[in-house]
Design a protein around this ligand. Structure first.
Ligand SMILES: N[C@@H](CCC(=O)N[C@@H](CS)C(=O)NCC(=O)O)C(=O)O
Length: 236
């Protein structure tokens, strides 16, 4: 099956969670906006394509199917890419964890855009400073502490006893947070040995390592979800 991934061309964003699954599995896919431009996304958002109407990117085309929402895309891809252990319990648990990751991603986004996505960061700097301080002090330790315990309960090496799309997404979360909040992450890392080890192991998976070294892996930047502003990180 050839997959077509639709996501904004200039950032990793939420598309990266899907991209990592496709890359790790060695799946054949086209990153449509990177080859045709972001304009290729518009007809789908305007509802001009047959099939289910996506609200926002990322969405995935697989034959006649059009699938939106990051966690939903991964839930569909997981069994097809051998990125999900067998069984109903694993399927449901993976979806639950991925939705929790989506909650964290939304909170990270809101740390630099707490008032409105449609405003520039520069127009909401004071609110962002307050929101980011709370994220660093309370929300990151709570989310990451939860994922650390999830790993511990599953034996230490994986979120779900064996490799899955959730491990790939946890890698992406840790990499993004390292970029956005390097000082806060330095402080938090000591309590997250299993997550840190997982991040390292995922980065060393052959297909992931090849992808990370390729031009397909865009650098984190200040247009994406994980953004670095010195003033939003722990003070040095
Ligand atoms: N819950 C959705 C969120 C999708 C989303 O917010 N996509 C962003 C880019 S990362 C977007 O283009 N949003 C446009 C909008 O919300 O108006 C998911 O996880 O896929």
């Amino acid at each position: 099956m050839d997959y077509a991934l639709y996501y904004w061309s200039g950032i990793q964003g939420r598309g990266e969670f899907v991209r990592l699954a496709l890359e790790d599995a060695g799946a054949s896919y086209t990153d449509v906006a990177r080859t045709e431009g972001d304009a290729a996304i518009a007809p789908f958002l305007d509802g001009e394509h047959p099939g289910v109407w996506p609200f926002a990117p990322p969405f995935l085309r697989a034959g006649r199917l059009l699938i939106g929402q990051t966690a939903n895309i991964l839930a569909w891809l997981g069994p097809r890419l051998q990125l999900l252990p067998e069984g109903e319990s694993a399927r449901v648990h993976a979806a639950q964890l991925q939705l929790t990751i989506a909650d964290l991603v939304a909170e990270v986004h809101d740390s630099h855009h707490p008032v409105a996505s449609s405003l520039y960061y520069e127009d909401q700097r004071d609110e962002a400073a307050r929101r980011a301080a709370d994220l660093r002090a309370h929300r990151l330790p709570k989310f990451l502490g939860h994922f650390e315990q999830v790993l511990q309960r599953a034996g230490g090496r994986h979120a779900l006893h064996q490799h899955s799309y959730v491990d790939l997404s946890l890698f992406q979360v840790m990499a993004g947070l390292d970029y956005a909040f390097p000082h806060a992450m330095q402080r938090l890392r000591g309590d997250l040995p299993l997550l840190c080890a997982l991040q390292q192991r995922v980065a060393e998976r052959p297909n992931v390592a090849a992808y990370l070294a390729s031009p397909r892996r865009l650098a984190f930047n200040r247009n994406g979800i994980f953004r670095h502003y010195d003033e939003l990180d722990d003070p040095r």
